[in-house]
Design a protein around this ligand. Structure first.
Ligand code: UD1
Length: 418
C-alpha cells in the first residue's frame, strides 16, 4: 500500500515550502522499487493573481494542483470558513493518511482544523480514521496575539500530530505549551531547501537589467523593500511616517518596492501615490527615482531571489525574507517590533527596527557603514529538511501500511535540543 499525503498550498509563502516537499517525495519514489508516497496537492485559492500564485508554480516547477478550491479574498472569518467548507469534501473523497500544512496563513489553520475533525471511511480491511496532521514550520511564536498569523500558528500546533520545527526556539516554545516531546521533530527549514536548489538558476534572471540596476556589468547599490502587514499599512499615520523614512533612503540609493496587492490598495485609498514612481510605467527618470520609491508589481520567485541576493540591504515586514537574507548574508532590517524567527537575529543578518523613522534611518546608516555580513547558517538549514520530513512520515507509517522504505535521509529523527 502507498502512503497518501495531501499537501495544502494557499498563499504566496506556501509555494516555496511545498515545492521542497514535492521534490523530496519525487526523489523517494524514484529511489524505491515501488511507489511509496501518493501525493495530492490542493490549492485553496487564498492567493489567485497570476503574480501571487501561477508564476510560483512555473518558477518552482511545481506540479499543477490536483484540486483548486478557488476561495479568493474575504474577511478572515469568511475566508477561513470557505476553505473549511470546501476542504472537508476533499478530505472525505481523498481519504489521505496524512494532511500536511505549512506556515501560518489562513489556509494553514483552516485545513488543519478540517483534517482533525473529519472521519474518513476505511476500506474493507481498515477502520474509519481521522488523518494525521503534519505542521511544517511549527512552534514559531512572536508572542503578539494581534497578529493573525500568531493565532493560526498556535491553533495549528495545538492539534498537530507531527510538529516539524525550523529552529531551537520553536522546540522550546512547543514544550512550554505542553506539546509532547515525541511529536516534535527538529528538521530544519524547507524554504531554505528551495532557496539552495534555485539559487544558481536565479542568477539567470534579467531583473537587475530590467530595473536598470547594473552599470557596465556591475551592480549599483540599491535597497529592496517589501511591506504588507496590516499593522504597517492599514494605519495611514504609521504608513506615512515609514514612507518618509524610505524616501530619505531613496535619496541615497534606489529603493525598489515590489508591492503586495493589499499595500497597493492602501496607497490608492489613502492617496499616497506621490511617494512612488511606477518603474515600468513612468520611469525611472534619473531625477525621479532619487526622490521617490520605485514601485514594481509583485515579482516571481527567481526574480525576487536574484534581487534579494544582490541588494545592499533588505527592508521588510515578511517572515520568510528574514530567513532567506540570513542564508544569503544580506543585511535585513525588519519593520516590526518582534519576530517569531529569533535565529535570524542571533545567528543571522536580521535586526528589528519597527516603524519608527529615526530608528529606520539610524540602522540604515549603520548597515551602510558595516557592509555585508558573513554568511551563517542556523542548524539544519542545509537543504535537507524536506527529505527528513518525508523520511519521518514514511517510517512512521511503514508498519501499518507494510511499506518498504528505502534508506533516504539517515539523520531524519533528530532529538530536540535543550
Ligand atoms: C497573507 C498571509 C500573510 C502572508 C501574506 C503573503 C494570512 C492571515 N496572511 O496575507 O501571513 O505574509 O499572505 O503574501 O493568511 N489580494 C489580491 N490578489 C491575491 C491575493 C490577495 O489582490 O492574489 C488582495 C485582496 O485585496 C485581499 C488582500 O490582498 O483582500 C489580502 O489578501 P489575504 O490573502 O487575505 O492576506 P495577505 O495580506 O495576502
Amino acid at each position: 500500500m502507498t502512503l497518501k499525503i495531501l499537501s495544502v498550498v494557499g498563499a504566496r509563502p506556501n509555494f516555496m515550502k511545498v515545492a521542497a516537499i514535492c521534490e523530496a517525495i519525487n526523489e523517494l519514489n524514484a529511489l524505491a522499487a515501488a511507489k511509496v508516497v501518493d501525493h495530492v496537492l490542493v490549492h485553496t485559492g487564498q492567493h489567485y493573481d497570476s503574480n501571487m500564485s501561477d508564476s510560483f508554480f512555473n518558477d518552482l516547477e511545481l506540479p499543477r494542483p490536483d484540486l483548486c478550491l478557488d476561495v479568493g479574498s474575504a474577511s478572515h472569518s469568511v475566508q477561513t470558513a470557505r476553505i473549511m467548507e470546501r476542504f472537508e469534501s476533499v478530505v472525505l473523497n481523498e481519504r489521505p493518511h496524512a494532511v500536511l500544512v505549512v506556515g501560518d496563513v489562513n489556509s494553514t489553520v483552516a485545513c488543519a482544523l478540517v483534517a482533525k475533525k473529519t472521519w474518513c471511511r476505511g476500506d474493507h480491511e481498515t477502520r474509519d480514521f481521522v488523518p494525521k496532521l503534519a505542521h511544517v514550520e511549527a512552534g514559531l511564536r512572536s508572542s503578539d496575539r494581534t497578529m493573525p498569523e500568531e493565532i493560526n500558528r498556535i491553533v495549528t500546533d495545538s492539534i498537530s500530530d507531527y510538529l516539524f520545527t525550523t529552529e531551537e526556539s520553536a522546540n522550546r516554545n512547543l514544550l512550554r505549551e505542553g506539546i509532547p516531546e515525541e511529536r516534535i521533530f527538529f528538521v530544519g527549514n524547507v524554504m531554505i531547501d528551495t532557496l539552495m536548489r534555485y539559487r544558481s538558476k536565479a542568477q539567470e534572471s534579467t531583473i537587475l537589467q530590467d530595473l536598470q540596476l547594473t552599470d557596465a556589468g556591475s551592480v549599483k547599490p540599491y535597497a529592496l523593500l517589501t511591506l504588507h502587514r496590516p499593522a504597517n499599512v492599514d494605519d495611514k499615520r504609521v504608513f506615512t511616517r515609514m514612507l518618509d523614512a524610505f524616501l530619505d533612503i531613496s535619496r541615497r540609493m534606489p529603493v525598489i518596492f515590489p508591492a503586495h496587492p493589499r499595500t497597493l490598495k492602501r496607497i490608492q485609498e489613502d492617496g499616497l501615490g506621490d511617494y512612488f514612481v511606477d518603474h515600468f510605467v513612468q520611469g525611472p527618470e534619473p531625477w525621479d527615482s532619487q526622490v521617490r520609491i520605485r514601485v514594481v508589481p509583485p515579482l516571481g520567485y527567481l526574480d525576487f531571489l536574484n534581487l534579494m541576493s544582490e541588494a545592499k540591504v533588505v527592508l521588510t515586514d515578511s517572515g520568510g525574507i528574514q530567513e532567506e537574507t540570513t542564508i544569503l548574508g544580506v543585511p535585513c532590517m525588519t519593520l516590526r517590533e518582534n519576530t517569531e524567527r529569533p535565529a535570524t537575529i542571533a545567528q543571522g543578518t536580521n535586526v528589528l527596527v519597527g516603524s519608527n523613522p529615526e530608528i529606520i534611518i539610524r540602522e540604515f546608516n549603520q548597515v551602510c557603514a558595516n557592509g555585508r555580513g558573513a554568511q551563517r547558517s542556523p542548524r539544519y538549514w542545509d537543504g535537507k529538511a524536506a527529505k527528513r520530513i518525508i523520511q519521518i512520515l514514511v517510517n512512521d507509517f511503514s508498519q501499518d501500511l507494510a511499506i518498504s522504505v528505502p534508506a533516504y535521509e539517515s539523520n531524519a529523527k533528530e532529538l530536540i535540543q535543550n
